[in-house]
Design a protein around this ligand. Sequence first.
Ligand SMILES: O=P(O)(O)OC[C@@]1(O)O[C@H](CO)[C@@H](O)[C@@H]1O
Length: 310
Amino acid sequence: MILTVTLNAALDLTYHVPRLTPHASHRVRQVTERPGGKGLNVARVLAALGFETAVTGFAGGDTGRELRALLAADAAGVTDALVEVSGNTRRTVGVVDESTGDTTQLNEPGPHVGTAEWDGFLDAYRELLHSGTKVVALCGSLPPGVPVGAYAELVREARTARTPVLLDTSGEPLRRGLAARPDLVKPNAHELAGITGTSEPLRAARAAQQRGARAVAASLGADGMLLVTQDGTWSAGVPERLAGNPTGAGDSAVAGLLSGLAEGLPWPDRLARAVALSAATVRSPVAGEFDEQTYARLLPSVKVQQVDTP
Ligand SMILES: O=P(O)(O)OC[C@@]1(O)O[C@H](CO)[C@@H](O)[C@@H]1O
């Protein structure tokens, strides 16, 4: 089983408008509601690919109930191992400007999580690690009340359980998480620059590796991905530019890397899967889903190149 953790799960609302203009009123052309937050997106993509997948994290209140009902109705069949919290699960709103394809994201902070709730989660997480979890991904922002070192703690628990662990977060939780030595981190270029102070992706990825990650997969938007590991360094991209909604493309990259890790594929094959899934997600109107035909078409055409190490 592949486990994903979303401490700050969300009900994702996506609005499509013909053109987004600040200070103006808009008619929304299309509305979608999905169970979201980064780890839920990763899990939904994995389940659609046929992997046995479970999600944990917090869910609570009316929004939490709605999120869980949507998850249960999803034909792909993600196992719900979310832990109840007293506060209300947040909503996130993505506004897609159809004239440019650009997306504006508005993310609520999430429910306050108390100390007893966090301790209860840790118990549930340990149990999941010891009951059939093959690989685990820790994804997204932290809700208020959860300690800033939470991911570092979850990485350490995974390492104690000898479960390979991937971390996808940003800022101080990422900085602290790195020091706990996760097997893989997946920052985007902005997040990577934020923690290393360098905007050149290769130098920044190596700096993140020196801070503790065994491997670093940096997503570089339309420029594809860069992967720095102890066995080699590779870059990969798709041979065409795709227009669409990029929200969730990074989560699909995580799904590609995780599935390859679970299957024991060589690093270049994991990277190819991540890049093709990420691009196919841009062609889907909402996060956590990908266009299957685009994925099947792109996967054989992904160019993975070894990067010479000086
Ligand atoms: O606030 P976070 O946890 O950083 O990000 C949450 C979020 O914006 O990320 C996903 C796209 O990656 C959306 O589905 C989701 O709601």
